[in-house]
Ligand binder design. Structure first.
Ligand code: S3P
Length: 432
């Protein structure tokens, strides 16, 4: 894709797409609950459609009238063996959370496959706790990559201290715990997103959560519910950064989810001196207004990391436009996302003249640099099949002289944000 334009300012209003994490979970919880669940504002992007297809294959009746998705759940006990392997596509959330459910299906052996990127990602992190509970999870090599086979059994409750803060691993264990007698609990050092804990309670179950310690006493019977999915702050993040770094911008973002386990980017922008206003609509969502700003360096490390893990690529771009050296530490997890996001971010932004040192668990970004291709001719920016790298590139390209960059592989953006370029068009006041 040739991006012929740069930008003389992004101005206007956008309603960001629905939250990916909550959309996945709404299908899963609707499937293991009893009775009807309706889902409004479901994210119709490739990742969440993978989850929907997998649960249909497990025998759950799921209707989609184009507006509302209706899931007719009948509890764990009515999930049936699929005829074909379950295909999680590109989605780590699908395979990891679903494995927690599959592990509890006594006597069922299920194969799960995925695309090339997902097939490189480690599933050892779910194998370890699910096998401690009594299931079997076999896969390829030391990292236990896809295809995996999950053999379900009558599980036993465990307590698990998580070696890395991961909402996907935590959720797999809690979902398994819902169908297991006794108390299943997990502990994490830094608190990762808590949508699973919140949804257990919303669906009429009970999950206790105190200071990084979450527990369920099983078995629990969940009841179908009506859900309206809020907008995804991880998608809003691209416009937050774009508004702050493209001169002349003012962007209003509507219906952005503000669950506090997800709002690390807002804290970072404030620490950098960015002009951001968060005006709550209610407990769940807010309107966010950002304006072009002078920015200062910051340090991003420790407990905030899980609260902005998916936003770090675009935050690195933000830091290229801030004065001084911004440090990102404790983010080793970036190396095992859809691609190695530390190497991908550094490689792509360096093509535009950014000064970034890679470290084992993060980056040091030396700002402020004017972004423009360092090579002659047209510079290609690529996605590594990673939606968030693709969107970071597209926002970076807005700062570059017209016609000097070409985006490739941007179909990856459909994983989480199929209307990304329409939204960009709606607010971009291009120079040419
Ligand atoms: C997610 C959890 C995070 C995040 C991913 C979605 C979820 O992964 O990066 O995009 O929905 O639970 P980890 O829990 O592995 O950090």
């Amino acid at each position: 894709m040739k991006l012929k334009i740069n930008s003389s300012g992004l101005r206007g209003e956008l309603t960001v797409p629905a939250d990916k994490s909550i959309s996945h979970r709404s299908i899963m919880f609707g499937s293991i609950a009893h009775g009807k669940t309706t889902i409004k504002n479901f994210l119709r992007a490739e990742d969440c459609l993978s989850t929907l297809a997998c649960f249909r294959q497990l025998g759950v009746e799921i209707e989609d009238d184009g507006e509302v998705i209706t899931v007719h759940g009948q509890g764990f006990e009515h999930l049936v063996p699929p005829f074909e392997p379950l295909d999680a596509g590109n989605s780590g959330t699908t395979v990891r959370l679903m494995s927690g459910i599959l592990a509890t299906l006594d006597g069922l052996s299920t194969d799960v496959i995925g695309d090339a990127s997902l097939s490189k990602r480690p599933m050892l992190r779910i194998k370890t706790p699910l096998e401690l509970m009594g299931a079997s999870v076999s896969g390829q090599g030391e990292k236990i990559t896809l295809p995996i086979t999950v053999k379900g059994t009558k599980l036993k409750a465990i307590h698990y201290d998580m070696p890395v803060a991961s909402a996907q691993v935590k959720s797999a264990i809690l979902l398994a715990g819902l169908n297991t007698p006794g108390e299943t609990s997990v502990r994490e050092d830094a608190i990762s997103r808590n949508h699973t804990e919140e949804m257990i309670n919303y669906f009429g179950g009970h999950c206790e959560s105190v200071k990084g310690h979450s527990s369920v006493i099983g078995p629990q019977r969940l009841e179908g519910r009506d859900i309206t999915v809020p907008g995804d702050i991880s998608s809003a993040a691209f416009w937050i950064v774009a508004g702050l770094i493209v001169p002349g911008s003012e962007i209003i973002l509507r219906n952005v989810g503000i669950n506090e386990t997800r709002t690390g980017i807002i804290d970072v922008v404030k620490a950098m001196g960015g002009d951001i206003k968060v005006i709550p609509d209610n407990e769940l969502t807010a309107t966010i207004v950002v304006r072009y700003s002078d920015l200062n360096e910051t340090v991003i490390e420790g407990e905030i990391i899980p609260r902005l893990i998916d936003e770090l690529p675009v935050i690195a771009l933000l830091a290229t436009q801030a004065k001084g050296d911004t440090m990102i530490r404790d983010a080793h997890e970036l190396r095992v996302k859809e691609t190695d996001r530390i190497t991908a971010v550094a490689t792509e932004l360096r093509k535009l003249g950014a000064s970034i040192d890679e470290t084992e668990d993060g980056m040091i970004i030396h700002g402020k640099t004017r972004l423009n291709p360092v090579a002659d001719g047209v510079t290609e920016l690529t996605t590594y099949h990673d939606h968030r790298i693709g969107m970071m590139n597209a926002i970076a390209a807005l700062l570059v002289d017209s016609g000097k960059v070409e985006l490739t592989g941007e179909a990856a953006i459909n994983i989480s944000y199929p209307t990304f370029f329409d939204d960009l068009d709606a607010i971009n006041h291009s120079i040419i």
